[in-house]
Design a protein around this ligand. Structure first.
Ligand code: 9MR
Length: 463
């Protein structure tokens, strides 16, 4: 594990900053618009600054670029979430039917976990980038092949994936609000829910997302996705998040109702994620667009994080449009500076939480100030642990959870809490922004480690 990759100030918070945050939070709670002064304790990387409010800042990574040291230096320094740009797609992972190839997907997964980053999986079922054998299939044979593909791939990456784009781009463009025609769609309208149920069965701890483009503002396409999510929630089809790709250019600018659209989806009881952000342009116009996107996410408490679709302009799928945050030499652009400022300028909000709609449940507190429960993702040599802190019959104004790690285990990265150590009995204290938990309410923090994760129930105390 590369300790230097862990955002050095992701959880550090000066008393001044806590005080400023509390004042700012109460002003926001009162509904006033406020401008925030530059923060002397601002975090200095995208990942660390996003982590201040429990969010992530990620990038798409291409496996073949991991030998480029400029690329890996920038990616490792700035980002704490990774999406495989092409390496976990259907054509890459199942080139021949029932013969799976995880070589380049694993390269990215290993790079991410060994550098303390979380991983978004992209994507299990899509009309495009299908291997030839799948393109030629239809009907029940294709449906079975899809289920097998999802099961095999999600099982292979089980425990390593924060969120899967289970289904990608299943709705048509334009005003019809219809499903996109494809061989998958022609297997029956229920293919999307079958895909989600299959993914949940294979990896119950991963958040399951629907991901699309041109759904960033309210329009016929996003309305259709919204109706699908509403329907899934009402029928218990497992869905935890919607990804908004956010590929913007002059023909497809950042919509004026971007934040409102994110919020209406969040109000359905799911997380929203900005999954493939890139914005064509340069200079201050591009910088302003980027900061507006960041501000929209920060204003929506269930906007879990932002991923840009590549590191440098030259890494972009549309390089000539210079749509990213670093130039071809890895130098920061004005868009980087405005993005970082936006991430640092807004006070932390409660971190988004979206427990899987099936899987481990939180036991009700049995007296005492609080209780804590752990959901563990263990893989060979490492783990992530999500810890839910639940208040008892009185509200908490601060809390501390002590987790006992087996010998040999080491905490390498923590989010939404401050770790007091890295091995043995580790005390995790609340961050500045999640100290308060209402009576009977809960909040979540997490940590990543090497070795074997904790098995005993942690203790929780008010502080
Ligand atoms: O960035 C990806 C590019 O390298 C591939 O050639 C392309 C092939 O379809 O896919 C690109 O990524 C797409 C993503 O998987 C889904 N949303 C649109 C992205 C840009 O085309």
């Amino acid at each position: 594990m590369n300790q230097s990759s862990v955002p050095r100030d992701a959880t550090r918070r000066s008393p001044l900053r806590v005080a400023a945050t509390l004042i700012a939070a109460s002003v926001v709670a009162a509904g006033a618009a406020v401008a925030f002064a530059a923060d002397a304790d601002a975090a200095s990387t995208l990942g660390a600054s996003a982590a201040q409010s429990g969010r992530y800042f990620g990038t798409a990574i291409a496996a073949y670029k991991l030998s480029d040291s400029v690329y890996t230096t920038v990616a490792n320094r700035e980002f704490n979430m990774v999406t495989a740009e092409n390496e976990m797609k259907q054509d890459a992972t199942e080139p021949n039917q029932n013969q799976f190839n995880f070589t380049s997907g694993d390269q990215i997964a290993t790079w991410a976990t060994s550098n303390g980053k979380r991983l978004r999986g992209h994507t299990l079922a899509w009309y495009a980038q299908q291997p030839g054998w799948m393109q030629n299939m239809s009907g029940t044979a294709l449906r079975s092949a899809m289920v097998n593909h999802i099961t095999q791939v999600a099982t292979h990456y089980k425990g390593k994936i924060y969120a899967w784009d289970v289904v990608n781009e299943a709705f048509a463009d334009g005003g019809s609000g219809a499903r996109r025609d494809s061989n998958l769609q022609r297997t029956g309208n229920d293919w999307i829910e079958v895909a989600f149920r299959t993914a949940r069965a294979a990896d119950p701890a991963a958040k399951l997302c629907y991901n699309d483009y041109n759904t960033d503002g309210q329009n016929a396409k996003s309305n259709a996705v919204y109706a699908m999510v509403q329907d899934f929630k009402s029928r218990g089809v497992p869905i935890d998040c919607v990804g908004f790709q956010s590929h913007f250019n002059s023909n497809s600018p950042v919509p004026s109702d971007y934040q409102a659209n994110l919020q209406r989806f969040a109000n359905l009881g799911i997380d929203v994620q900005i999954t493939e952000l890139d914005i064509e342009g340069s200079g201050s116009a591009q910088a302003t667009n980027y900061s507006n996107v960041v501000k929209a996410c920060l204003a929506v408490s269930r906007c879990a994080g932002i991923t840009v679709w590549g590191v440098r302009d030259t890494d972009s799928w549309r390089a000539s449009a210079t749509p990213l945050l670093f130039d071809g030499n890895g130098n920061i652009k004005a868009a980087y500076t405005s993005t970082l400022a936006a991430l640092n300028g807004v006070p932390p909000t409660d971190p988004p939480t979206s427990p899987p709609t099936s899987g481990p449940t939180t036991p009700p507190p049995t007296g005492g100030a609080c209780s804590a429960s752990v959901t563990l993702n263990q893989w060979n040599g490492g783990f992530t642990a999500a810890v839910r802190v639940t208040a008892g019959s009185a509200a908490l104004n601060g809390w501390a959870v002590t987790v006992t790690l087996p010998s040999g285990a080491t905490v390498t990265n923590t989010w939404n809490a401050v770790a007091g150590g890295s091995s043995g009995a580790v005390r995790f204290a609340n961050a500045g922004y999640n100290a308060g938990v209402p009576a009977g309410g809960s909040t979540e923090f997490g940590f990543q480690g090497t070795g074997t994760g904790p098995s005993a129930t942690p203790s929780c105390a008010a502080s």
